[in-house]
Design a protein around this ligand. Structure first.
Ligand code: ZN
Ligand code: ZN
Length: 77
């Protein structure tokens, strides 16, 4: 079985994620998020959902995008 590339756990239910042509192996979604999820450019928390993109950056929510000076974003359009 494959080892999680984040924590090194050798787990029989590990899974693979392929992103941007690279193959990654994780034992849990928590590790996958740790390795792959982008961070909000304003508050630094992990962006698990779609997030908000603006000025070439990704944010966890419209509030953070606005605080960072991105115009025209809103959670409720
Ligand atoms: Zn792990
Ligand atoms: Zn944020």
């Amino acid at each position: 079985m494959a080892k999680c590339e984040v924590c090194g756990n050798d787990y029989d239910k590990s899974f693979e994620v392929t992103t941007q042509g690279k193959r990654h192996v994780f034992d849990s979604f928590e590790c996958a998020i740790h390795a792959l999820a982008p961070s909000c450019a304003h508050c630094g928390c992990k962006v698990i959902g779609h997030g908000v993109e603006g000025n070439g950056k990704i944010f966890c929510c419209a509030h953070c995008a606005k605080e960072a000076g991105v115009r025209g974003v809103d959670d409720r359009v």
